[in-house]
Design a protein around this ligand. Structure first.
Ligand SMILES: [Zn+2]
Ligand SMILES: [Zn+2]
Length: 115
């Protein structure tokens, strides 16, 4: 698990972002009981100054902004944690508007259809 060596500045306020990993805590099918926890494949970034949140595929890809959800949709359907879900920017695919939800507590992600 290599850590990035270059500092990344917050696109909103310019402060240096903190990198973190999202752990996968939910038992996935096929996992051995007692298997060590693992982490999601992305690099995650957050700003201690303004709260900006971003997600980056492993490697040198762009950091995509993620937004914190509010209300009922911020509660994780899988682990029951409240205000743990974040969502990507929506995109259009096959005539549908979609986004991608990740629970920062249990690491579960899924796509959803919007509207
Ligand atoms: Zn910031
Ligand atoms: Zn969860």
């Amino acid at each position: 698990m290599e850590e990035p060596v270059t500092a990344v500045a917050c696109p909103r306020c310019g402060r240096e972002l903190d990198g973190f990993r999202v752990a996968v805590r939910r038992n996935a099918w096929g996992r051995r009981p007692g298997a060590p926890p693992h982490t999601r494949p992305e690099n995650w970034w957050r700003c201690a100054g303004c709260g900006w949140l971003g997600c980056q595929n492993r490697g040198d890809g762009p950091i995509r902004p993620m937004r914190r959800l509010t209300g009922a949709e911020s509660d994780c359907f899988f682990c029951g944690e409240e205000e743990s879900n974040v969502a990507s920017e929506p995109w259009d695919q096959d005539g549908e508007r979609r986004d991608w939800i990740v629970c920062l507590v249990c690491g579960t992600s899924n796509q959803r259809r919007l509207g």
